[in-house]
Write a new protein. Structure first.
Length: 364
């Protein structure tokens, strides 16, 4: 018969031994981002804690063009990429010797912009003998929901399964996340992305660039019910369409111009925004109910829109995870965050890796 005292003593000894085992050192990833018009570098620890996050924006450079001018973007990346990386390491009080891997945006994005970041990351990896991890920009937007700063209390991480809405200037996509790095494509925009529609409508209304913040500002004290703009529900699918809505705004502008002065741009902006938010929120919530999701994740530049954020928090029956506004737009912390999960799952890319300007999330 076993001696219960001996068994108890053995368990206690094992517990004490386990308690004395030092924790493994943290895994720190240097992220580099240059997919569009933001030059960024960041250091993230264990996929969550942001040690440094530096972003050099080009918004003012492109404002005079009314949109992003690719050649200007790539030239500016060349000028700022190394100073930004150096600043991020200084901000984290680290050197490349303290970093476990370099994560770099591989795509999607502007080819010339992507190449600048890729070449810089390859140089760092080669010169410091560090692993190189290529990251999908859309996947990285999703992982921004796991990030937090050292001076903020981390929120509990999202629980799977999740229905995730990626909504940005170039993409609108609905996916089911059943686990880390595991995606099922549900739907996407069949024409204009939501952010693209914001930019085009802002231009129609003379509100300036970038369109998302301009429309939000104009709509703040306006009437969202002033104009009955259409909603493309596309019943039977999880896809989106915003070209018809954009055309409806254009038609309304042409009918009003010369009859009403000044153009009721604020009410039109509010009504347009209401139509976009209505479709995005209700289709995402219906998908979450259909797939019995534990939560909803919303990411990408358009997720900074206050009306969209408020609608999700008010209407969703499950927890909603939306990154803070400063993590919604392009940044390198999200690249480092996603890169961490790729790294711990064994991904290592060669120095021959090339950029993928049209790399869909469905190919991961």
């Amino acid at each position: 018969m076993a001696n219960p005292k001996a068994a108890t003593s053995r368990i206690a000894s094992q517990a004490a031994t386990a308690a004395n085992i030092p924790e493994p050192p943290p895994t720190r990833i240097l992220g580099v981002e240059s997919s569009c018009d933001e030059t960024a570098a960041a250091v993230v620890e264990n996929g969550r804690l942001i040690l440094a996050n530096v972003v050099a924006s080009q918004v003012d450079l492109h404002a005079k063009f009314g949109g992003i001018f690719p050649e200007v973007a790539s030239r500016q990346h060349i000028l700022t990429i190394y100073p930004v990386i150096e600043q991020a390491l200084q901000q984290a009080h680290l050197t490349l010797k303290d970093v476990d891997a370099v994560a770099i945006t591989r795509g999607p994005g502007l080819p010339g912009s992507l190449v600048v970041g890729m070449n810089a990351a390859k140089g760092l990896a080669l010169g410091s003998n560090l692993p190189l991890v290529g990251v999908n920009h859309l996947e990285a937007h999703l992982y921004s929901a796991w990030l937090h700063q050292a001076d903020s209390q981390p929120k509990p991480p999202p629980e799977f399964p999740l229905v995730a809405l990626i909504v940005s200037g170039g993409h609108t996509e609905l996916v089911l996340m059943t686990g880390h790095l595991t995606y099922q494509h549900l739907g996407a925009s069949l024409d204009d992305a939501a952010g693209e529609a914001f930019d085009k409508v802002a231009r129609l209304l003379g509100l300036g660039y970038p369109g998302g913040p301009a429309i939000q500002k104009a709509a703040e004290k306006a009437n969202p019910l002033a104009f009955k703009f259409p909603r493309a529900w596309l019943e039977g699918s999880w896809d989106f369409s915003f070209s018809g809505l954009k055309t409806a705004v254009l038609r309304e502008v042409r009918q009003i111009e010369g009859v009403v002065s000044p153009l009721p741009a604020a009410d039109m902006a509010a009504s347009f925004q209401e139509a976009v938010v209505d479709v995005l929120v209700h289709k995402t919530i219906r998908a979450a109910e259909k797939y019995q999701a534990q939560g909803i994740l919303v990411a990408g530049g358009v997720s900074a829109n206050q009306a969209l954020r408020q609608a999700f928090h008010m209407l969703s029956p499950v927890p909603v995870h939306i990154p803070p506004i400063w993590l919604c737009t392009d940044n390198a912390a999200m690249i480092a965050g996603a890169g961490y999960y790729r790294y711990i799952h064994g991904q290592r890319d060669s120095l021959a890796m090339d950029v993928l300007p049209n790399w869909p999330l469905s190919e991961l």
